[in-house]
Design a binder for this molecule. Sequence first.
Ligand SMILES: Cc1ncc(COP(=O)(O)O)c(C=O)c1O
Length: 254
Amino acid sequence: MPFCDYLGTETDTIAALERFLQDSSSGMDLPAAFILETVQAEGGVNIGTRQWLEALAELAVKYNVLLIVDDIQVGCGRTGPFFSFEPFDIKPDIICLSKSISGYGLPMALTLMKPEHDVFDPGEHNGTFRGHNAAFVTATAALNEFWKDDLLTRKVNRNARQVRDTLLDIAADHDAEVRGRGMIQGVEFADHKIASAISKEAFSRGLIIETSGPNDEVLKTLPPLTITDDLLTRGLEILTQSAVAVFREPAYTH
Ligand SMILES: Cc1ncc(COP(=O)(O)O)c(C=O)c1O
């Protein structure tokens, strides 16, 4: 039976997952790993709650399943701390990192794992695109610069409040939900066409803002963590003006 059938109409996905793992006639072996994002980014800025994440981590330990956190989009300070899961009591076996890890826009990805899972001898895990030397140099410089103290984390938290307040203003008086952590914040509109319309309008005014979610129903803000306060304010002004322009269109006026 597929997992979605175990879920049915139940909202407690952890309980459903455990039933699935326990059922010897489910037709499925135990999975090798649970792979998750603590904030589903492309999936629509869906936030894993502390309770859900910690319960999943407990399940992983109980059934001897590896816990892999994909921190490619929400790691490296995006939610405030370096790793997105730091506020929670979870200890992933494997962590995927990329995007801003090189600190300079150079291509780089890292897979971190607990020592007990490291089965590779030095130099054994090789390949054509591995070990981009310049990216290692810039990544080291970025770690030394941005993670020697908590200044960046505090800036992210401060700027995040400004982004969130702007999105709350945009969402007010509309059937919409604002959610996010740190510098990944989104607003989901019940009318799925609105997010794309605002994104398009913002582009015409010089601001790039993405949509996410299965139906592109979420307007997703992902500003650079190092953005200056002035530039962030300017970007958010353009975003607000774009939303105002879209809501004036007859299709979205109510
Ligand atoms: C959370 C997450 N995982 C994985 C990827 C894919 O990374 P790559 O292009 O390095 O395969 C992305 C890309 O946006 C992502 O956001």
